[in-house]
Design a protein around this ligand. Structure first.
Ligand code: TXA
Ligand code: MG
Length: 322
């Protein structure tokens, strides 16, 4: 059994001790929960891959306290990084840079580059401050499954792991993973959409930012199709399409929608908020709940894409459906 701990000073101190001893712990960030290990401990990094069932070619994000610590794992921190960090850190923006030669290749799946981000969640910040080193952490879910936005989600995905300590930071405020920006490309390219949008990044950089088709590129291996996926088949559509589909189904479907107040039996509705931020923060809980309701399909109303958060939500929904 894993253990869920209230994030007291003592519990965070214990988590930092476990990291220092080469162990793996789960901790909250403002985006999703992370499964953390010491960036400089190869055995601990290997254990993260093993626990998640993560393909060995999918690199990890190193979590750092601040821009100064980011420079201890990167080789080419420049003024662009500095202005981005000043504007967006701590927060949901991950920068891909050339890695420092000191960082073991296990931290980057053998790549010459490393992804770094400074998380905003107070528990993550206290953990980084007590550990005093970089923490490599993928999202704390089994590989390919829906990310975890509560401590209970983490415990459910790793219930057979005997000694996993999970720091409980409540429900993640943002709810979708960080924007991943590759600064080794020219112009810089967004590999994974998140709450920080391309326009905001371009405005800070004063230069162009490419948005790679998030469904088609492979520069960021973890963005391969069929990620963030529930076990039940997911179908996306407009409200009208979903109603027609549901009407033609005898078996129970779970409908996730903003613009519906009820669905006819045997179907079940999970009603979602109309605000992008609230929707994003509830998305993975809704997908996990829908999965547990044992419908034969999950039907999801595809929201509009008129803000960075909605774009990121649509990206995750399309992955869940593929
Ligand atoms: O919000 C987040 O980013 C969360 C929290 C825990 O910080 N973390 C997260 O980690 O989503 P993960 O491992 O689930 O996703 C990291 C993404 C993957 O798509 C991975 O391929 C990409 O970042 N990535 C990591 N290092 C990279 C690198 N060197 N080059 C390109 N992509 C990289
Ligand atoms: Mg992930």
């Amino acid at each position: 059994m894993s253990t869920i701990a209230e994030p007291t000073h003592e519990a965070i101190n214990e988590a930092a001790r476990v990291l220092g001893a080469g162990g793996v712990i789960a901790f909250p960030t403002e985006t999703v929960y992370g499964l953390g290990a010491d960036t400089f401990n190869v055995a601990a990094l290997n254990r993260v891959y093993a626990l998640k069932g993560r393909p060995s070619d999918n690199p990890l994000i190193a979590h750092v306290a601040d821009a100064e610590q980011a420079q201890s794992v990167t080789a080419d921190w420049d003024t662009r990084c500095q202005v981005l960090a000043e504007r967006f850190w701590p927060g949901p923006l991950t920068l891909v840079l050339t890695k420092s030669p000191n960082v073991p290749s296990e931290a980057t799946a053998g790549r010459p580059t490393i992804a770094v981000r400074s998380p905003a969640h107070p528990v993550a910040r206290e953990l980084l401050s007590q550990f005093e080193g970089a923490i490599s952490a993928p999202s704390a879910n089994r590989s390919g499954h829906v990310s975890a936005t509560t401590a209970a989600h983490v415990a459910a995905d790793f219930k057979d792991v005997p000694d996993l300590q999970i720091l409980d930071g409540g429900s993640c405020q943002l709810g979708i993973e960080s924007t991943v920006l590759d600064l080794t490309q020219n112009p810089p390219a967004i590999l994974r959409p998140g709450s920080v949008g391309s326009k905001a990044i371009a405005a800070v950089l004063g230069s162009e930012v490419r948005v790679l088709d998030p469904m088609r590129q492979s520069a960021s291996p973890g963005t391969a199709l069929s990620h963030y996926a529930p076990n039940t088949q997911v179908v996306l559509g407009t409200r009208q399409e979903l109603l027609e589909l549901a009407a033609a189904m005898n078996q129970r479907a779970i409908v996730i929608a903003i613009n519906l107040d009820k669905v006819d039996p045997p179907h079940e509705l999970i009603h979602m908020p109309a605000s992008a931020q609230e929707y994003a923060s509830q998305l993975y809980s809704a997908l996990r709940l829908a999965d547990s309701m044992e419908g034969c399909r999950i039907l999801i109303e595809l929201p509009a894409d008129d803000s960075p958060v909605w774009e990121a939500v649509r990206n995750r929904l399309k992955r869940a459906a593929s």
